[in-house]
Design a protein around this ligand. Sequence first.
Ligand code: PEP
Ligand code: MG
Length: 570
Amino acid sequence: MKGTGVSPGISIGKAFIINKFKASVSGIKLKTEESKIVEIRNFDNAVHASVSEIETMKVSKGTDLRQADIDILETQIEFLNDPQIKSDVTDKINDEDATAWDAVIKVIEGAVKMFREMDDEYMSARAADIQDVGNRILRHLDFNESPTTGDLCENSIIIADDIAPSDTISLDISKVTGFATRLGGKTSHTAIIAKGKGIPAVVACGDELLNIRNDDIIILDGTTGEVIAKPDQGQIDEYLHKQKLFREKRLLLESIKDLPSKTTDGHMVKVYANISAPDDLEQVYENGGEGIGLLRTEMLFMGRDSFPSEEEQFQFYRLVAIKSKNLPVIIRTIDIGGDKQLNYFGIPVENNPFLGYRAIRICLDRKDIFMPQLRAILRASAFGTLKIMFPMICNVDEVIQAKECVRQAKNDLTDSGIKFDSDIELGIMIEIPSAALTADILAREVDFFSIGTNDLCQYTMAVDRMNDSVSMLYNHFNPGVLRLIQKVIEEAHKQGKQVGMCGEMASDPLATLLLLGMGLDEFSMSPASIPVIKNIIINHTLTEAGDILGRVMDMDNPDSITSYLQEVLK
Ligand code: PEP
Ligand code: MG
């Protein structure tokens, strides 16, 4: 079977199937008003029982729970206490004569469908939380026992439709060596939890997974997405060998991850992380990150129904500042629009959202959104080493206006006697070709650049980064993109300004030596990629990187550049 590998590593173990609770509508109609009152009471009791079950789980697991687990459980309690769910269920009982059982199934189905269809991948993955809550209420309505996971043996590979958030919390995770699910995506709970625990996982395996039986031997490759049921001895030997190599590599990376990012001829660079929330900092430390090259603030604005207040934002940035223990943190101001929409903001439908009303364009137009964010970041700057970065800059006027807003925010805080870092560094993202081509002008206005190759590629080659049918053109080794990156670094360095990169290219091992040769000062990426990139940097010289750059810049097309770089890294 082939699914999507979401947590790397190889696992060989025995299948343990988590039977999902499959509820179907009974179709029974209530005949009397008394029976409706009883059904509403049964529903209320089932909700109470569900809440106290979760509270008990929280207490009994105590300090074993990570912050992410606690968040899952608290979200579920919030859903359970949501007055909308209660009134929808009550309406169905009263107006449609439905039993509590049928009403819950229908209400939850509607909510799950609504979340699943949301464009935002994160929000659509929340459908699993709601389904989980629905199943829990139904179990209590039916007076059924919770599905038992007590029979889990050592070295179990969990097979399921999808892993519900609370499944992973109630499982004895020390016995689980892999996850394979029929459904799910890259941001599903299975993916998040497996990655967090370092357990190999494959999601979206499809219906073939249903053929697996309990105790079948399973091989699972979380890197390639392969799942083999009932393998022969040859396959087992092959994967045992791959597993050994993977573990050796992981140990090697583990041993070098905290070394400084210095080439063998003494050139220092920085390897930073991209994060979206304070909790992500744990992973940054685990992987030897030396700072935060990009804090995407959009997550703080998503999954809610109005803008967060200045105070809420301040608490969030302050927590990041405190948890970062004085490592530098670049906070990017809000980058909504394009692929990141907020339901409650209601940007009118645009023909070309990626070329439309987004990021700094919105902020400069809507100071009521921008100023509270700037004030909140500045207030948090008293608690750590924070820097501010503006996304989607296309000309120098935008930088001048954004800086003016920072000046005003500083004045507001000074007038109110609130402390902040008055020397806070200001930088911009270079992700639009006009910005790259005018890097000399922009560099005069800011303290640093960070190159956003995700957008720079789409705008340079006119290739929508979300459109699969043109994805073969989307390649950061396109010589046009490489020339822009080289120019940005050269121009910034002429004025003594540092250049980072926080687009996905920074985590591509094939690109590391090329970027090093160009003089990139800081590589920023998802925490898990840090040891891999560090390992390349510390095992090469700057001279080698310069030679590679010379060869690549003479090449005409991305394919020959890729083959050459693959050869170099072998
Ligand atoms: C980029 O464009 O490279 C970038 C880092 O920003 P985002 O992916 O958030 O648009
Ligand atoms: Mg971008």
